[in-house]
Design a protein around this ligand. Structure first.
Ligand code: ZN
Ligand code: ZN
Ligand code: FE
Length: 750
C-alpha cells in the first residue's frame, strides 16, 4: 500500500457553489484525509491517501464538480512524506470573508429532483418547491449574508425532522441545501380568482383549467411573477396585449420541452444545450416559418423551458407551450409581491397561481442567443446573477452606475466584478427605486464600500445624477466615462484583454466628447483612453427624440441630405421647415438611426412602438442577396458618407427590387464599410484586434457575417461573452476605465 500526500490548488470560481460539501463527500468516498482552505483565487487542498485514489480524485474533479463551479486550473504537487491527517478539516484564512459571501444564482430544477417530483412513492411527490444542493432558489430569496436559511425567505418555514435529517447528512444530496423543504414544512401554493379570493381545491389543477379555458393567469416564478396564457389561440394573445397595453413587443413562450420548441423553431445542438441547461434562460430561436405573429412579429421567438417544479406541474401533459410574459404595466418592473400583483393586475389577470415563499430580490428571465456554443446576452439576469466576472488582477472597490434605458451597475472587489441583474429603464420611478435598492443590496451582500464611482458622460442620465449626488455626499472621486469608450472597455474586460484594440461600437445613441450624439463609432483605445478614428456622416433628427419613434422623419432627412425627392414621405412641409430653420434637429451619428431611416425608406416600418423596432424588422425582412451598395468614406475622423448608398437604394427601389433584398444589401454594405474602416485603423495603428460592442450587434445578420469577414482579413475579433452587448453591459466598461484611472493615480500618489 503506497500512501502519498498531494497539495492541490484549484483555481476558478469554486466558492458559493456547494464546492466544499462536494469535496467533503469525494474525500470520504475515496478514504482520503486532509485539509481544505480558501485562497484568493480558489481553494487549496492538502490530502493524504492511496496514490490511486488521489489520482482519480484529481482526474474526476472537472466532471464531478458542482455545475456552477468554474474550474480554470488544477495544480498538483506530490510528496512522499505524510503528515498523518486523521479526518478532513476546513481551515480558515484571511480571505475567508469574501469567499463566504459569494452567492449562487437561482438554478432550474435538476433531473434528480424532477424524478422525485413525479414519483408517487417519493415523499415530495408533486411538491412544487422541491429542491436540492444542485438546484432551486438562491439569489432571489437571500435577504442578507452569510447565506443560510435564517437570512432567506425560507426563515418562515422551520424544517420538519425529516428535512432536518437530510440537511445535516453529508451523504444526502440535500446536505446544507438552505431552501430544503417538503409539503410538511415548506411553502404552499394557492389559487386566487380575479378578485384575489382564495379558491379551495388543487391550486395547480385550478390554474391549468383556467388556462385551458382561455384565461390569463398570473404565475409566481423564481424572480418575479409572469402572466401566462395559451399560445395556440391568437385571440387570447391579442387580449393579453390589449390588457397589458403592449401592442407589438414580442412575448416570450415557455415550451414543455425541447421537442415542443422544435415544433415552432429550429433548435441547433448549441441552442438545445443552453435552452435545456441548468440556468434555463430565454433563448431567441429562429422561427421555422413565418407565423406566431401574435407572439413575435420578427424572425425569432424567445423560448424558455419550465425552470421551477411549479412550472413543470402546471404544464403536465396539457400544454405544448404557453405565452409567458413578465407581469408588469408598461415598463414598470416585473411584479414580485402577492398583494401587489392582486391589486395591480386587476382587469389584466383572470386568476393567480401564487405561493407564500417571498421573492426577496427581483430577477427577470435572462435573454440570449446561442452564438458559437455559448450565450450571447441581450439581458443577463436570472440564472447568472450574482455570479461574478473574474478580473485578471485585484481591483479597487468601485461602483459603476451604467446607462439609463437598459440600466445595470457593477461593483468590484479584489479579483471579482459583480454585475447586477437586468434593471430596466430608470426613467420609470419604480425602476429607479429598484436600481438604488439593488445597489444597496449588492454592497451589503458582497461587503463593498466603493472608493470611487463611475458613470456616463451624459449629465441627464438618472444614473449619472445618482452617481454625482452620491460622490459629492461621500466625498469620493467620480469618473465620467464616454459612452462608446465604456462599450469598448466592456468588451475588452469581457474577453480578459487589456491591450489596445480597435473598437467597432455601434448603437443607437451615446453622448460624445464633442457634445453631439454618437453611435456608429470606430475607436482605438484601451482602459486608459481612446481616440475616435471613424464614424458616419451625422443625420439630422427632425424633432429630436421623436424621430426615434416616428422613423419616417429619419427617412426624410436621409433623402433630403442625399438630394433626392422627398414627396413620398409623410409631413413633408413641416419636416422641411424644421430642417431649414434647424429647429430641434440635433445631429446624430447613431447606427440605430441609420437602420431606422432605411427601414422606413424601404417601407418596412415607419412608426415604431418600441426602441430598435425598425432595425429588428429590417433584419427580419432581409432575404438572400450578395450585393453591396457603393461605399464612400472620407475625412478625419473617417466618416462613412451614406448619401451614395441612399441614392443607390432609392434607384434600386424604383427599379422594382424587393425590399427584402435591399435590406440584405444594406447590411452587407455596413459589413464591408466596417471591414474597410478597421483596415484603415489597422494601417494607422498596427492593431489587429477588433472589439464589437453596442446594441446594433444584437443583429444576427451582422453577427453571422461581420466577425467572419474580419477574421478573413486577418483580424482577431472580440465579442461579448459574459455581459450584454447593449447598454446593460456598459457598467463593466465604466468600471474598468474608472479603475484604470484610480489605480494609476493611486500608484502615482503613493
Ligand atoms: Zn435538485
Ligand atoms: Zn420537511
Ligand atoms: Fe450604447
Amino acid at each position: 500500500m503506497s500512501l502519498n500526500r498531494a497539495w492541490i490548488h484549484i483555481r476558478g470560481i469554486v466558492q458559493g457553489v456547494g464546492f466544499r460539501p462536494f469535496i467533503h463527500r469525494q474525500v470520504r468516498e475515496r478514504d482520503l484525509r486532509g485539509t481544505i482552505k480558501n485562497t484568493s483565487s480558489g481553494v487549496e487542498l492538502e490530502l493524504e491517501g492511496e496514490r490511486d485514489a488521489l489520482e482519480r480524485f484529481v482526474a474526476e474533479l472537472p466532471e464531478k464538480a458542482p455545475k456552477l463551479a468554474v474550474i480554470e486550473e488544477v495544480e498538483v504537487r506530490w510528496f512522499d512524506d505524510c503528515k498523518g491527517f486523521t479526518g478532513f478539516q476546513i481551515l480558515g484564512s484571511k480571505t475567508e470573508a469574501l469567499r463566504d459571501t459569494l452567492i449562487s444564482p437561482d438554478i432550474a430544477v435538476c433531473d434528480d429532483c424532477l424524478r422525485e417530483l413525479l414519483d408517487p412513492a417519493d415523499r415530495r411527490y408533486r411538491y412544487p418547491f422541491i429542491n436540492c444542493t444542485n438546484c432551486g432558489p438562491r439569489f432571489t430569496i437571500i435577504r442578507d449574508v452569510p447565506y443560510d436559511r435564517a437570512k432567506t425567505s425560507m426563515s418562515a418555514f422551520p424544517m420538519c425532522p425529516d428535512c432536518d435529517r437530510e440537511y445535516h447528512d453529508i451523504e444526502n444530496r440535500r446536505y446544507h441545501a438552505q431552501p430544503d423543504c417538503c409539503a410538511n414544512c415548506g411553502p404552499e401554493v394557492f389559487f386566487l380568482d380575479a378578485d384575489g379570493k382564495r379558491i379551495p381545491g388543487d391550486a395547480i389543477e385550478l390554474a391549468r383549467k383556467a388556462l385551458k379555458a382561455g384565461k390569463i393567469i398570473a404565475v409566481k416564478g423564481l424572480g418575479g411573477i409572469h402572466l401566462a396564457c395559451r399560445c395556440d389561440d391568437p385571440e387570447i394573445a391579442k387580449m393579453l396585449r390589449r390588457r397589458k397595453q403592449r401592442d407589438e413587443k414580442p412575448f416570450a413562450v415557455m415550451c414543455r420541452d425541447v421537442s415542443c420548441a422544435e415544433k415552432i423553431c429550429r433548435v441547433s445542438e448549441e441552442e438545445r444545450a443552453i435552452l435545456d441547461g441548468f440556468r434555463k434562460p430565454i433563448v431567441l430561436l429562429e422561427k421555422r416559418e413565418a407565423g406566431l405573429r401574435h407572439v413575435s412579429e420578427n424572425g425569432y421567438v424567445g423560448v424558455m423551458l419550465p425552470y421551477t417544479p411549479l412550472h413543470v406541474l402546471l404544464f403536465g401533459d396539457d400544454f405544448d407551450m404557453l405565452v409567458m410574459t413578465s407581469a408588469n404595466l408598461s415598463d414598470t418592473p416585473m411584479m414580485t409581491d402577492n398583494d401587489e400583483a392582486v391589486k395591480n393586475l386587476r382587469g389584466i389577470a383572470d386568476g393567480f397561481l401564487l405561493h407564500n415563499r417571498r421573492i426577496q430580490t427581483r430577477c427577470d428571465d435572462s435573454l440570449c442567443w446561442a452564438l458559437d456554443g455559448r450565450e450571447y446576452f441581450a439581458r443577463r439576469s436570472r440564472g447568472y446573477v450574482p455570479f461574478p466576472i473574474r478580473a485578471e488582477r485585484a481591483l479597487e472597490p468601485i461602483l459603476a452606475c451604467g446607462a439609463e434605458q437598459k440600466a445595470s451597475f457593477c461593483l468590484s472587489r479584489e479579483n471579482y466584478v459583480f454585475p447586477s441583474q437586468h434593471i430596466g429603464d430608470l426613467k420609470n420611478m419604480e425602476t429607479f427605486e429598484a436600481y438604488t435598492g439593488q445597489i444597496a443590496h449588492f454592497e451589503r451582500l458582497f461587503d463593498i464600500r466603493p472608493k470611487a464611482l463611475a458613470c456616463d458622460l451624459h449629465p441627464d442620465y438618472l444614473s449619472t445624477e445618482y452617481a454625482a449626488e452620491r460622490a459629492e455626499r461621500e466625498e469620493i472621486p467620480l469618473i465620467r466615462v464616454q459612452h462608446h469608450h465604456a462599450h469598448l472597455a466592456s468588451c475588452m474586460a469581457d474577453n480578459l484583454v487589456s491591450e489596445k484594440v480597435i473598437g467597432l461600437i455601434w448603437d443607437g445613441t451615446g453622448l460624445g466628447t464633442d457634445g453631439t450624439s454618437w453611435g456608429a463609432e470606430c475607436l482605438i483605445g484601451d482602459f486608459k483612453g481612446f481616440e475616435r478614428f471613424g464614424s458616419i456622416r451625422p443625420i439630422p433628427l427632425i424633432g429630436g427624440d421623436l424621430a426615434t419613434k416616428e422613423t419616417e422623419r429619419v427617412a426624410f432627412a436621409l433623402l433630403r441630405e442625399a438630394g433626392l425627392d422627398t414627396s413620398n414621405v409623410g409631413n413633408v412641409a413641416i419636416y422641411e421647415t424644421m430642417l431649414r430653420a434647424g429647429l430641434n434637429c440635433p445631429l446624430s451619428s447613431g447606427m440605430g438611426r441609420l437602420f431606422d431611416g432605411v427601414s422606413a425608406l424601404l417601407g418596412i416600418k415607419t412608426k415604431c412602438s418600441y426602441e430598435g423596432q425598425g432595425a429588428i424588422l429590417l433584419e427580419a425582412a432581409a432575404t438572400e442577396d450578395d450585393g453591396v451598395f457603393p461605399i464612400v468614406s472620407e475625412g478625419a475622423p473617417l466618416r462613412f458618407d451614406w448619401r451614395e448608398m441612399i441614392r443607390a437604394i432609392v434607384t434600386a427601389r424604383e427599379a422594382g427590387e424587393a425590399a427584402g433584398r435591399l435590406a440584405a444589401r444594406f447590411m452587407n454594405t455596413l459589413v464591408e464599410m466596417a471591414v474597410q474602416m478597421c483596415k484603415a485603423a489597422r494601417e494607422q495603428s498596427g492593431i489587429k484586434t477588433v472589439a464589437l460592442s453596442g446594441g446594433s450587434f444584437q443583429n444576427m445578420y451582422l453577427m453571422a457575417r461581420l466577425p467572419r469577414r474580419l477574421e478573413n482579413e486577418g483580424f482577431r475579433v472580440l465579442r461579448h461573452r459574459r455581459v450584454s452587448t447593449n447598454d446593460e453591459g456598459l457598467s463593466l466598461g465604466q468600471l474598468m476605465i474608472a479603475e484604470a484611472a484610480l489605480h494609476g493615480s493611486l500608484n502615482a500618489g503613493g
